[in-house]
Design a protein around this ligand. Structure first.
Ligand code: ZN
Length: 218
């Protein structure tokens, strides 16, 4: 599974796709190819979902879409799972969308955030995810981080609880300058031990949180 492109801006054409979308909100648009997901060779959606809720407990409280526009697929609800499913690779793209939403809310403390997953007709494993997100660096980080974790869970039963510390560090840096040495800042301001601080700073860097997007415009 990999990200083809990430755009940020206003996409009026998708406003009708989710009645919760706020007027004038900016969106992250993530184009994603879902590859490498083939249960029972890989773990299935529900196993991946439950593993994610250990790092993202608020995922379990998400309100999922009422319906998917322009899709004949029947959305199923499962007890104890907040995300509706169709039993196809679209479920994984949809899960990525929900994890990005969860990250945007957790890091920026925005009160609400909505998204939508749209499938391409061709290729069938390509999806456009739209997520309300004002801050482009948070959006890019959230998309990369969500894809990284879910891809790992194709093969693994669980992900380390240390990832929650990456989210906490992102929340600390949100709206603040990065500083010259983020790892040191994490040690002194968040009290992480050096190894955990290095891991958190590396993940933030690798997934684009410290990039300068000043030249970005929409
Ligand atoms: Zn949903």
């Amino acid at each position: 599974m990999h990200i083809i492109s990430i755009r940020h801006g206003r996409f009026p054409q998708i406003r009708m796709l989710n009645h919760r979308f706020r007027e004038n909100a900016r969106h992250l648009m993530v184009t994603l190819d879902v590859e490498g997901y083939s249960p029972p060779v890989t773990r299935d959606f529900f196993s991946i979902y439950h593993s994610l809720t250990r790092v993202f407990p608020t995922l379990a409280r998400h309100q999922c879409c009422e319906q998917w526009e322009n899709t004949p697929l029947f959305l199923q609800e499962t007890d104890g799972v907040s995300i509706k499913t169709v039993g196809e690779v679209a479920d994984i793209a949809h899960l990525v969308e929900h994890v990005i939403v969860d990250l945007v809310v957790a890091v920026s403390s925005t009160r609400t955030c909505s998204g939508v997953t749209c499938g391409h007709r061709q290729p069938e494993n390509r999806f456009d995810l739209f997520i309300e997100c004002e801050d482009v660096r948070l959006g890019v980080f959230a998309a990369n981080f969500a894809v990284h974790l879910i891809r790992r869970l194709f093969a693994k039963a669980r992900i380390s609880g240390r990832y929650a510390k990456v989210v906490e560090a992102a929340r600390f840096f949100h709206g603040r300058p990065n500083g010259r040495d983020p790892q040191q800042t994490i040690i002194s301001r968040l009290g992480y031990p050096p190894g955990l601080a290095r891991m958190a700073a590396n993940h933030l860097r690798v997934f684009g949180f410290f990039e300068d997007y000043d030249h970005e415009h929409d």
